[in-house]
Design a protein around this ligand. Structure first.
Ligand code: HEM
Length: 519
């Protein structure tokens, strides 16, 4: 009886908060301004599609290019109008510099915040330090390492062809490849995940992107009552602590109870920082970040300039971020490109013909030369147009009140997201060839700058974009020089996709036929 009463009271309070928040949201917008449709986020729809980006796309079809929904009682605008997105992501960036905080995403300055979660000046400071890691010059210096890791992939592929002639899951190998690339190029740590797929860092990084049922309830509470975010985080931390103790003391605890992969990774990146001084290459990301830490800055002027400093905790947080952000996205992009190659033999032949004609087996292409291969660049962009990888992370939060003619008064804290599927499949933006058709040449025509947002947009776009495109291009060139990719018996035209932070295929089975006539 008492429990029921408490529950009813909680629901009533939540309902009142909800009404109050919705009322104040609409009141501030005035009655004369534009009034985009706002509706209560339809949880049933989400439960049916099991993919937030598909639900958002369905809502766009229903409500148009500008609308909003309430996530709990938090209003979220969904925009697929490129001119308005241009204002939010580029023109008025100073008022939209931050991302929204996800439920259970910690932003504690004592523990350090990484680039992805940092806001305002904190973000600017970190981005200034990290940006040079991915300059043209630095990427050129990484090329021998990238090629070396891809050579290991080619050896693995040869082995797989012999063992599993009917087809094998190439995505698994790509994950090991991109993890090796991150560790070696960004942290100067010589790893061989391709021959050691049970490496605990690799396993934990994969788990970060898997569905974690144990956080489901606290995540939901975070969405519906964001005001109590510190409470949900506290509960989440305690659950992890209790789990860690049970793992330690229960017989077979470590087998029965899984640890939290993010926490494990964050805890263990200490190893990188300790090893760094002996191993670091002076151009890599870890070196740049450590150079910018307080302990390495003796000059008082530099010390006083908060612009250039990173704390040791921020360095650790960023190692964790790059480990997971760089590996999952790039391997998934490689998987999609491979799927398209397998299912579009004519497109594959076009690329192979170009590669055979202009690139010999021992050519090492530098960054500029790679960029000049338009057909390859278009192929990758077209793949990422049709198969977006991270739509839900592209969002912005307003930090200062602003009036936008199309939306009216925007208050600080208002959240914006975009519908990547609507943008990428819009025939007005991408025609005349139907957007459902794979047609890389559509990139030969100049398009709206906000029509293609695979790597986000504006000053806060993906910092690893150049690096990702370089590793994907070299892998594809070397793969097509040696093999023709063909579908395995179980390859479907439609991939089975799973969405959490990224949208990724469950697996990607293909067959590789060694090419006999290589120039
Ligand atoms: C095909 C591969 C990749 C895709 C599709 C991708 C996509 C994205 C997207 C959509 C964003 C958000 C941008 C925005 O909000 O405007 C982002 C941010 C980010 N990405 Fe990537 N990414 C890829 C590869 C990488 C790699 C290889 C790294 C690291 C080496 C990386 C590191 C990051 C970081 C650190 C951010 C946060 C940037 C900031 O907030 O300033 N990404 N990425």
């Amino acid at each position: 009886m008492i429990v029921t009463l408490i529950l009813i009271t909680i629901i009533l309070i939540l309902y009142l908060i909800h009404i109050y928040r919705c009322y104040s949201f609409f009141k501030c917008r005035g009655i004369d301004g534009p009034r985009p449709t706002f509706f209560l986020g339809n949880v049933a729809d989400f439960a049916r599609t099991k993919r937030i980006s598909i639900s958002i796309h369905n809502w766009t079809k229903q409500f148009g290019r500008i609308y909003g929904y309430f996530e709990g009682h938090t209003p979220v605008f969904v925009i697929s109008e490129p001119d308005i997105l241009d204002k939010i992501f580029r023109k008025y960036f100073s008022k939209f510099h931050s991302r929204r905080q996800f439920p259970l995403e910690e932003r504690s300055t004592t523990k350090g915040v990484h680039l992805f979660s940092a806001t305002g000046d904190e973000w600017r400071r970190q981005r200034n330090i990290i940006n040079p890691t991915f300059s043209r010059y630095k990427i050129n210096r990484m090329l021998p390492i990238i090629n070396d890791c891809i050579t290991n992939l080619m050896i693995k592929l040869d082995e797989c062809i012999k063992i599993e002639s009917e087809g094998f899951d190439i995505y698994k190998l790509y994950k090991c490849l991109t993890m090796d690339l991150i560790w070696r190029c960004c942290f100067s740590i010589k790893t061989d995940m391709q021959n050691n797929p049970n490496n605990p860092y690799l396993i934990r990084s994969q788990q970060v992107f898997a569905r974690e049922n144990c956080t489901f309830l606290t995540t939901l509470l975070g969405i519906f009552i964001p005001e109590l975010q510190p409470c949900w985080l506290f509960i989440h931390c305690w659950i992890n602590k209790i789990k860690a103790k049970l793992r330690e003391y229960l017989p077979m605890g470590d087998k029965l109870i899984a640890d939290d992969p993010s926490e494990w990774l964050k805890e263990n990146v200490k190893y990188f920082v300790e090893k760094a001084p002996e191993n670091c290459d002076e151009t890599d990301l870890l070196h740049l970040m450590l150079e910018a830490t307080e302990r390495n800055i003796n000059n008082t002027n530099q010390k006083n300039s908060s612009k250039r400093l990173l704390t040791l905790n921020e360095v650790k947080q960023n190692i964790y971020l790059f480990m997971i952000a760089g590996y999952e996205t790039a391997s998934t992009a490689l998987a999609y490109v491979t799927h398209i190659l397998a299912t579009h033999p004519n497109e594959q032949k076009k690329l192979q013909d170009y590669i055979d004609r202009y690139i010999s087996n021992d050519t090492i292409l530098d960054y500029d030369a790679l960029n000049k291969i338009e057909c390859l660049d278009w192929f990758i962009r077209e793949t990422l147009r049709m198969y977006p990888i991270t739509p839900i992370i592209i969002n912005r939060q307003c930090s200062e009140q602003i009036d936008l003619p199309e939306l009216g008064c925007i208050l600080p804290g208002t959240k914006f997201t975009l519908d990547m599927y609507s943008l990428h499949y819009d025939n007005e933006l991408w025609g005349p060839v139907d957007t459902k058709i794979f047609y890389p040449e559509r990139f030969a025509t100049e398009r709206h700058p906000l029509a293609w947002v695979a790597f986000g947009a504006g000053p806060r776009n993906c910092v690893g974009m150049k690096f990702a495109l370089t590793e994907i291009k070299i892998t594809i060139i070397r793969l097509l020089q040696k093999y023709t990719i063909v579908p395995s018996t179980s390859t479907n035209e439609d991939l089975e996709l799973v969405e959490l932070v990224t949208i990724a295929p469950k697996q990607l089975k293909v067959r590789l036929e060694p090419r006999t006539q290589i120039l």
